[in-house]
Structures are given as C-alpha cells and as structure tokens.
Design a binder for this molecule. Structure first.
Ligand SMILES: [Zn+2]
Length: 276
C-alpha cells in the first residue's frame, strides 16, 4: 500500500469527523464561494457521512479469528522472520501521561528495553511532546482508540470507525508513525470489531497475560506476575489511566530481572507487512 493511499484513508477520516478533529481554527479548511465571499463559521453543508458502499480506503487486511496474543500469533498474522527463541514483548497502554510516561521511558532507556506504547488519541492531545519522545527513543506506537470507550466489541460500527480513525490520525500526525497495530480497550473483541480492524488495515493486538497493574493490586503482585513471563509472551502494563507508581516500581525490578533470566525484549514491528 502506498503512503498516498494511507493518507487517503486518513483524509477520509478527517472528513467524516469534521471539525471535531481540528483543534485550531487555522486548520479549518476554508470554503470559498465563486464570488469570493468570506466563509461563515459553518462552511460545511450538513451532508451525511459518505456512503459506506464507496469507501475511500485501501484494501483490508485478512480478518483474524482471534486477536494476536503471543509472538507466534504475531508472526503468523504479519509475516516476517521469526523472533529469537528467548524473545518477549512489552506493551504499555493508555498514555501518554505527563508523569509516568517520562519516568518509564527513563527506565526503558536505562535497561535498553524497546516497547510498544498503545496510545489513546485524546491522551496524545496535550501531551504531544511526550508522544514524540516515545518515538524518538526508538519505541513503537499502536492505536488504542481516540477515547478508550468500554465494550468496543459491541459498539456500532460508526463509533468504532470514528474511534479508530481519529486515534490513528492523532498518533500519526503527532509522532510521524502510522500505527499498524490496534488494541481494543480492556481487550474487548468481537467478530465485528476484528473485521473493522482489518478494514482499517490494523492488526488486532491483545496480550498473553494481564498483571492487572491498572487495578493497583500492589507492587508485589505486579512484580510476581511479570516475573513469571515466559518466552514468546506479550506483556501488558500501563503508563496512563491514573497513578502508575506501582507499575513503575515493579518495572524497576522486573526489567533487569527478566533480562538477567536471558529473555530478549523485542519491539513489535511498525509495519504489519511489506509494502506491495
Ligand atoms: Zn487501555
């Protein structure tokens, strides 16, 4: 898929979302009348969203029956060379957060651990510098929707489309990385959501084991669960969504300990498949 066709997809999203995605008035596309009259504050006719039978989208990815939960699943879904036998992947959700993301970034830097940050579009909003710092440090980013709605698997497609497109656009425009992976909030999946992810050229990504760090079960609990990680797993942690001090403290122990056990942290690839 060419960059142009991807931008077309995003462009279509911007149209569908209208002024919602345009925070600055300078970015509002101006409509000129033939007579040169000034545009009013409501330049757009109240046209319905373009019919879905004419999608301005590139071809969809194959629809997966289940989201990716392990590194083996991942390679099966996206192709490419196998990961090393001792590989493990760290994913960090719900940021960027002004306090916890920079702290976790420093920790990852110290221990030379690459990670995948599953970002929420409306958290990137206002924390753009931190989002860019994530990418500058060599980490990858995934689409974790625009606003993190619950029960996404049973929502109407119109809402799902809006969440995916708006999240994608904000993350891409801010970081320069177009996410290739999509994580549903709370791991809420359905056949319809898996189809929609594929239609958006996003690979659905889950995890192998949830230490439930988001519920603040205590540092010892999080640490114990993460230390039990085995090769081939996709680990889940959070840098956003509240006070992540337990997660941070746990990672200070867990990252060097897992490396000492011989595990190799791998970054999930940015692109799901070679350009064709
Ligand atoms: Zn989340």
């Amino acid at each position: 898929m060419s960059g142009m066709s991807r931008r077309r997809m995003l462009g279509a999203g911007a149209v569908a979302l209208g002024a919602l995605s345009l925070a600055g008035s300078a970015a509002v596309p101006r409509q000129r009348t033939p007579g040169g009259a000034r545009a009013t504050t409501t330049p757009r006719p109240a046209a319905p969203v373009p019919a879905r039978s004419q999608p301005a989208r590139p071809p969809a990815l194959p629809v997966l029956a289940e989201p990716v939960r392990t590194l083996t699943d991942y390679r099966r879904a996206v192709g490419g060379p196998a990961f090393p036998a001792d590989a493990i992947a760290l994913t960090i959700d719900d940021g960027p957060h002004p306090v916890w993301t920079p702290k976790i970034l420093r920790l990852l830097r110290k221990h030379h651990v690459p990670a995948l940050f599953c970002m929420i579009g409306n958290q990137v909003l206002g924390h753009e510098t931190i989002a860019r710092e994530v990418v500058r440090d060599g980490h990858h980013v995934a689409n974790h929707t625009w606003s993190h709605p619950t029960h996404l698997g049973s929502r109407k497609r119109k809402l799902v489309d809006k969440e995916l497109l708006r999240g994608q656009e904000k993350i891409h425009d801010t970081t320069g990385q177009a996410p290739a992976l999509f994580r549903s909030p709370g791991g809420d999946w359905s056949p319809a959501l898996l189809r929609d992810a594929a239609a958006h050229q996003l690979v659905p990504l889950d995890w192998s084991d949830d230490p439930r760090d988001w519920s603040r079960p205590g540092v010892a609990h999080i640490t114990r669960r993460l230390l039990a990680a085995r090769p081939g797993q996709i680990l889940l942690c959070h840098d956003g969504g509240g006070d992540r001090s337990q997660t941070y403290t746990s990672l200070k122990t867990v990252l060097p300990a897992l490396r000492a056990k011989g595990l190799t942290f791998v970054a999930l690839d940015r692109r799901p498949r070679p350009e064709v």
